[in-house]
Structures are given as C-alpha cells and as structure tokens.
Design a protein around this ligand. Structure first.
Ligand SMILES: Cc1cc2nc3c(=O)[nH]c(=O)nc-3n(C[C@H](O)[C@H](O)[C@H](O)COP(=O)(O)OP(=O)(O)OC[C@H]3O[C@@H](n4cnc5c(N)ncnc54)[C@H](O)[C@@H]3O)c2cc1C
Length: 385
C-alpha cells in the first residue's frame, strides 16, 4: 500500500504493543466470542490494563494523554484482524468523548476512570425502529420529575447494549412547559436502573459484537444524569457523529487494505494453466482500480486524522471519508469472493471472505448509511462548490 507518514516512531512502537496484545489475549478466544455474540468483561479489563482504552483521555481521568494517532493505531490493528466485536473505539473514541466534553466534574469522576480501565462498559443509544437514519425523529421520551427524569422508549441495534454499565440515551421531553424546548436531550442510564431491560439481536454480520434492543419502561434517573444542556441533544449527536464517522472510516479503510492485500496474494499464488490469476488483464485492471481508490481514500483519511489530531474537527470530511472507505471496502470484499471462484464460498477461506462481504455491508450502514451520507453531502453541494 502507499507509504504513510502520519505516524511517529512512538506510534510505531505502540502498534507493536497493540498487535502483541491482540494476538495473545484476543485472537485465541475470538471464534468462541463470535458464537456467543459477546466479548467477556475480562477482555475489556485486560485491554484497560494494557492501556488500550481511552488512549487520548487525560491522565487526570485515568487516560493516557496520548496523541490521536494512537487511537488510530488501535482501530487499524483491530480491523486487520477482523475483531469488530471487540469495538474498543466505541468505548474510547465514541462514548468517552461525550463525558470528556459535556460532563460535570462529578459525572466525570463517576464514569471516565472506569471507562478507561474497562471496569465500566459504555454504549450510546440513538437508533429506534422508525428512526435509524432519521435520528431527529426518535420517539423515546422523558418526563421531568421533582428529583430527576422518567424515561420510556425502545432503542434498537445498540452496540454493547446488553453488556453496557452506562448507556447514553437520547430522548425528548414529553411534559413540556409551554414555550419549552422540544429538542432531544442526552441522559445517562446506569446498567442496573429499574425499568431497563435488554435483549441481544441475533445477526449475521460482526458476529462477536453485542448488538441489542434496549427497553426503557419508566426508568427513573436522578437530576445528576442529564448530560450537557437540556434540549441540546441533537446538536451534540450531530457534532460527535463527526468523530464517530472518522473512526468508522479508519476502521473500514484498514479492513479494505487487509482484504485487498490478501486478495492480491491469492491471485499471485492461484495457478492457471498458463500462469496465475494476476496475469489476466481483466483481473489486474480491476485490482489496479481498487488499489487506486484505496490509496486515494487513505490519503484523504490521513488528512482527516492529522486535522483531528490538531483539534480541527470536520464532520463533513468525516462523512466523505466514511462514505468512500466503506463503499470501496464493499467492492473489494465482493471481488475477493468472485476471484476465488468456488473457493470463495467453500471451507474456512470461503467462510472468512463471505463473512467479509456481510461485515462490509454493516460498515456502510452503521454510523449513517451511505445513502444518508450521500443525501446530506448532496444537499450541501450548493454551498460547497
Ligand atoms: C452492527 C450495528 C451496530 C450498531 N450500533 C449502534 C449503536 O451503538 N447505537 C445506535 O444508536 N445505533 C447503532 N446502530 C444502528 C445504525 O446506526 C443504523 O442501523 C443506521 O443508522 C441505519 O438505520 P436503520 O438500520 O434504521 O435503517 P433505515 O433508516 O431504515 O434505512 C434503511 C436503508 O434505507 C436507505 N435510506 C435511508 N435513508 C435514506 C435517504 N435519506 N436516502 C436514500 N436512502 C435512504 C439506506 O439504504 C438505509 O440503509 C448499529 C447498527 C448496526 C448494524
């Protein structure tokens, strides 16, 4: 693949540490976790102890004060090994930033050190049956009480939803005073809150990832569980979705690179009567196109990474990166089955590469489906060009 120059020697050393951890502590168990659909808590605690959680969080709160490039290294090493179920960046770079940026001091103390150590597992619950792509229309509602909030509603497809100890729930106010703000708010719901129930959703993609339905039936939480300002939830979600989409783009890009590399190796080794599969012009031209797409995507994503590391958050660039990386990944994953012929659907190799196709479809759906990203990008064109 193209040479990248965004990583420091210290990032490179950290990459070796991450790789060694994943190979020794995660790889031996991963296929079992794919069948159970969940990662045991012990793995999270080990990851926390090895310094793999909340890398960029301040040391003051139990993090590591690390540069953003180290968060990138972790996501890339997970993707290379197809460890999507062990979605540490959900905890570190998607959930924790809400606490770091919006929480009060006592909320920070209550949650961030445990998210850093793996003692608490976090989730963010936006999606509902009728509002996956259209988060602004979610129906989960809360009523204000004298001492806090009562929340009711149903969330679907929530990563870490079954295991999470702390769930950020997006909900809108039901008993609105006249002239009040009907917008969404973010509420912290702890795992043991009465009225909270969860149910894993069986699925064919990202099989080790705990993805669950969450039901909130009059869940009562205290005043101290409002995160940020009331009524600012949609603004927060749309802002933080930028970093989420960049992390998903980084993950998809590393998946695409790994699958393309394996495919080129396969085409070189697969003998035909006159040479190997890579000798056919039809094949090397298609691979050349995908290599070009992949390389250009990488350069764009690296530019986004550098900007993010410098504190320049650009949600639109993250959407572009996610759209390009996940769509290229899907093309590569499908070709990786096709060029293997019958082997692409047979035995262990066939199982792996067909699973890659399904997993690549997950990547162009979660965090905003490609169509919704195109829709938003398309609508903004009039002001962009
Ligand atoms: C493995 C996994 C993990 C997830 N984890 C989380 C999580 O942790 N938290 C959370 O809140 N959510 C999570 N989700 C939900 C995810 O964000 C939604 O699935 C996604 O936003 C799409 O919503 P939907 O599934 O309801 O599809 P829908 O909104 O029903 O859309 C279905 C399809 O319709 C098309 N479509 C939608 N809108 C448009 C449009 N404007 N123009 C053209 N076509 C359109 C797209 O092809 C889209 O894929 C997860 C999903 C998966 C698969």
């Amino acid at each position: 693949m193209i040479k990248r120059d965004i990583f420091s020697p210290s990032d490179d050393r950290f990459r070796l540490h991450v790789a060694a951890f994943l190979d020794s502590e995660i790889a031996p168990h991963y296929s079992v976790w794919e069948s159970t659909g969940r990662i045991p808590r012990d793995a999270w605690l080990k990851a926390g102890a090895a310094g793999l959680l909340c890398r960029t969080a301040p040391a003051l709160h139990g993090g590591h004060d690390a540069p953003f490039t180290e968060a990138v290294v972790i996501a890339e090493e997970l993707a290379k090994r197809r460890f999507a179920g062990f979605l540490t960046f959900l905890q570190s770079d998607i959930v924790a930033p809400y606490f770091l940026k919006l929480a009060t001091d006592s909320q920070k103390q209550a949650y961030i050190p445990d998210l850093c150590s793996g003692a608490k597992l976090g989730a963010i619950a936006m999606t509902e049956q009728q509002s996956g792509s259209e988060i602004q229309y979610m129906k989960t509602a809360f009523t204000r009480r004298a001492d806090g909030f009562s929340i009711s509603g149903e969330k679907k497809h929530i990563s870490n939803g079954f295991s999470a100890d702390v769930i950020l729930v997006a909900a809108r106010r039901a008993n609105l005073p006249s002239g009040g703000d009907p917008q969404l708010s973010l509420l912290i719901v702890d795992g043991g809150t009465p009225g909270l129930s969860r149910e894993p959703i069986p699925k064919s993609g990202m099989r080790a990832l705990d993805t669950s339905k969450i039901v909130l039936d009059n869940c009562i939480v205290g005043d101290d569980k409002l995160l940020g300002a009331e009524g600012r939830g949609l603004f927060y979600l749309l802002t933080f979705l930028g970093l989420e989409r960049l992390m998903l783009a980084i993950y998809a890009q590393a998946s695409a690179t790994a699958i393309l590399q394996e495919l080129v190796t396969f085409c070189t080794e697969r003998k035909t009567s006159t040479g190997c599969l890579l000798d056919y012009q039809t094949n090397y031209c298609r691979l050349a196109d995908l290599y070009a797409e992949c390389s250009v995507n990488q350069s764009f994503i690296d530019a986004c990474i550098i900007a993010q590391a410098r504190g320049k958050h650009d949600p639109k660039a993250s959407s572009l990166a996610k759209l390009r990386a996940t769509e290229t990944l899907k093309s590569i994953a499908v070709l990786a089955v096709q060029l293997r012929g019958a082997q692409g659907i047979s035995d262990g190799m066939g199982a792996r590469v067909t699973q890659d196709v399904v997993d690549s479809c997950v990547q162009s759906i979660w965090g905003g489906a490609s169509e919704t990203l195109r829709d938003a990008i398309g609508r903004s064109l009039v002001n962009s060009i």
